[in-house]
Design a binder for this molecule. Structure first.
Ligand code: NMX
Ligand code: MLT
Length: 435
């Protein structure tokens, strides 16, 4: 059978021809008007990027290479004895559009385990961070520092041909993904534990190793949760802040470590990935104010007090989705199967019944339904991972898969430097004066 890199090498020439043909036939055709509101409004809905790995439908949610989360759950290989999809398989799917065999997935697990060690100076950078420095800042620094050994950066300095960019981007991307468990584990153990870290086990899959590094390797249900968690957080089409940032920075031919470091800084914002931390903080604050087993009326008035205080309800709303996020549903199904009586899960379910109608009544949010971040913290904390400041790091580990896949394809297809046009308000006033 073929390795992932060999299969990619086969697919790339056909894709290059496909893109050439699309551009030759449709290159000068217009999508439609661009409104002034889109310039001021965060470019919502503006067609601006190409990415084949995943597409987000406002109603149905994410599809990875056309496959829904449910389809991925049934088609992608699981671990022996497990039932959740292995994220190794999702990475293969994102890159090739194909479902890998069990053996191909096992080979990826072995490859990543073999590449997992991080340089001593990166360990020192992490160890020198004060425990008060947010784990996401530590994560982004460590990832950026991996650029020290970038194969792409070295090859570029050595004058490599453009045709070979994808090859070095692939190697860096594999190294990046492989090293994240050691970085995340080290940050977790330094900030919340005794700083001692077990070794990667070359016979285990990626999520099992990550769970071990975090101290939860013996809990098979937690390992299964991580497999699902990493699979569903990988990619959310091209326009979300972390994916787009990685693509943008990568377009300057910054290597995958620099590009993904930038992605992480975007993911660390409360309207994006940090929302999973914010959700748990908000739930805990709610419990401390209105008690556990609170009535619906008490929950309602807490939600209203959040809105009246000029804050957002974390974990609700979305820039594209207009229905419940299927990633929320997948996590809810996991909870119903594995922790149906968890009190915090019950609160999350109670909120699901209450918040959408309040957001509709408040009348501002275009989407009153929950997103992925409304559910992840309750699962992690159920198994003992209580430190919510760490939650976005796990989102980041997963998001590396999607960003890396984009970077590899962008370099394979020769994607140019991103450089959209900006306008001043004065220019807009002049442009539309008599229209
Ligand atoms: N609670 C309160 N108000 C909200 C919410 C919410 N959950 N969602 C949107 N709004 C407000 C929003 O702040 C805006 O108000 P204003 O006009 O005063 O600026 C108004 O509704 C219109 O916003 P939308 O067009 O519905 O949302 P937008 O596309 O701008 O932003 C989010 C999308 C996700 C940033 C927004 O829904 C939000 O802030 N949600 C809470 C934070 C969150 O859960 N983020 C995680 C997203 C998923 N992820 O992992 O990245
Ligand atoms: C994501 O997973 O990136 C978030 O849901 C945000 C988005 O898609 O805009």
């Amino acid at each position: 059978h073929l390795t992932l890199k060999e299969r990619l090498a086969e697919l790339i020439p056909t894709e290059i021809e496909k893109v050439k043909a699309i551009r030759a036939e449709h290159g000068k055709k217009a999508f439609g008007p661009v409104t002034v509101d889109q310039l001021y409004g965060g470019m919502r809905g503006l067609p601006a990027l190409i990415w084949d790995g995943s597409v987000l439908d406002p109603e149905d949610g994410i599809r990875f290479r056309g496959k829904s989360i449910d389809e991925c759950k049934s088609l992608l290989p699981a671990a022996p004895g497990g039932s959740e999809p292995l994220p190794e398989g999702l990475f293969w799917l994102l890159l090739t559009g194909e479902i890998p065999s069990k053996e191909q997935v096992a080979e990826l697990s072995r490859d990543w385990a073999a590449r997992a060690e991080i340089p001593d100076f990166v360990k020192e950078i992490i160890d020198r961070c004060p425990p008060t420095l947010h784990p996401m800042s530590q994560f982004s620094m460590a990832v950026t520092a991996l650029n020290h050994d970038s194969a792409f950066a070295k090859a570029y300095q050595d004058g490599v041909s453009k045709k070979e960019y994808w090859n070095y981007t692939f190697e860096d991307s594999m190294d990046l993904i492989a090293k994240l468990p050691n970085i995340a584990g080290r940050i977790y153990r330094n900030v919340f534990g005794d700083g001692k870290l077990p070794a990667i086990d070359n016979s285990k899959d990626y999520s099992a190793n990550l769970a071990t590094l975090l101290g939860f390797g013996d809990n098979e249900a937690f390992v299964e949760l991580l497999r699902l968690y990493i699979t569903i957080h990988t990619d959310h089409e091209g326009g979300n802040v972390s994916a787009h940032t990685g693509k943008l920075v990568g377009s300057a031919l910054s290597d995958p470590f620099l590009a993904f470091g930038a992605s992480l800084n975007g993911l660390a914002g409360p309207l994006h990935g940090l929302a999973n931390q914010e959700v748990l903080l908000w739930l805990r604050k709610m419990q401390s104010q209105i008690g556990e087993n609170a009535t619906d009326d008490a929950v309602k008035s807490y939600v209203w007090s959040t809105l009246k205080g000029g804050q957002v309800v974390p974990g609700y709303g979305h820039a594209v989705l207009r229905k419940t996020d299927p990633r929320y549903t997948a996590q809810r199904e996991f909870a119903l199967k594995n922790l149906p009586n968890d009190p915090l899960f019950k609160l999350v379910g109670q909120i699901y019944d209450i918040v959408p109608s309040i957001l509709l009544e408040a009348g501002k949010a275009k989407n009153p339904w929950p997103n992925v971040d409304a559910h992840s913290g309750v699962l992690l904390t159920h198994y003992g991972l209580h430190q919510m400041q760490f939650y976005t790091v796990l989102f980041g580990v997963s998001r590396a898969f999607g960003v890396a896949a984009q970077l590899i394809w962008d370099r394979a297809l020769g994607a140019p430097l991103e450089r959209p046009k900006s306008y001043s308000s004065e220019a807009i006033q002049k442009m539309f004066k008599d229209r």
